[in-house]
Design a protein around this ligand. Structure first.
Ligand code: GLN
Length: 222
């Protein structure tokens, strides 16, 4: 599997993402926000966490206007895979690739801790190594992780089985405890918790490995 990791000024999980993807067997290239094109034959684009452009305006709003994001949208429209984590999830909602928005945490504080998540669907490459109802523990680190969507949108993503992960104990006020959402074609996943920070025992847990392993298994056998 060939993966590209997008780097913006202020990204801080780009290298963690590259390490996690390489550990799972991916061939990874970093791409800069000013690049207008992705490298050829990319299967997956990962949009990492961080504070792109200092979180000015709204988290992810300026990054979503960058040249590389046009290429990421085109990649998704061709049926390519995209994984957005934390600030990456915020960027994907700002590009319109995923529905909803990430608002300020309900307690108005930056939350940095490990959280338990429930796997809600296995109908995606990202969650294919799981069973529905599996619990995984990933870190969160954000101030704008409060997932919000209108009632029609919520009914649509619920009815389409597009909620990938929910929080066991909601840390940030997200509607319906949503921690991660899939696109209509199930190839774009955005999530606030960080699987790439849970792939090495030194991180305190390795639950994130299953996401990268599932992705690699599905994409290599496709
Ligand atoms: N870890 C992250 O990607 C944080 C995203 C964003 N800067 C926020 O605090 O909400």
């Amino acid at each position: 599997m060939r993966a590209a990791v997008v780097v913006f000024p202020g990204s801080n999980c780009d290298r963690d993402m590259a390490v996690a993807l390489r550990a799972a067997g991916a061939d990874v290239q970093m791409v800069w926000h000013k690049d207008a094109d992705l490298p050829a034959d990319i299967d997956l684009v990962a949009v990492p966490g961080g504070f792109s452009f200092g979180d000015y305006l709204r988290c992810g709003a300026i990054a979503a206007q960058s040249p590389i994001c046009k290429a990421v949208v085109a990649h998704a429209q061709r049926g390519g895979y995209v994984l957005g984590v934390c600030n990456g999830f915020q960027v994907l909602t700002e590009t319109g690739l995923l529905p909803g928005a990430l608002m300020r945490n309900s307690n108005l504080k930056f939350i940095c801790k490990d959280v338990d998540l429930v796997v809600k669907t296995t109908d995606s490459a990202f969650t294919s190594a799981h069973t529905v109802g599996d619990m995984v523990r990933y870190p969160v680190a954000h101030h704008d992780g409060n997932y919000s969507i209108d009632s029609d949108g919520l009914a649509r993503i619920t009815g389409d089985d597009r909620i990938a992960f929910s929080y066991a104990q909601n840390p940030n006020g997200s509607v319906a405890d949503i921690a991660g959402v899939l696109s209509e074609n199930r190839r774009v996943l955005g999530m606030m918790p960080h699987p790439e920070r849970a792939v090495d025992a030194g991180h305190g847990g390795t639950d994130g490995q299953a996401l990268f392993r599932g992705l690699l298994d599905q994409l290599v056998s496709a």
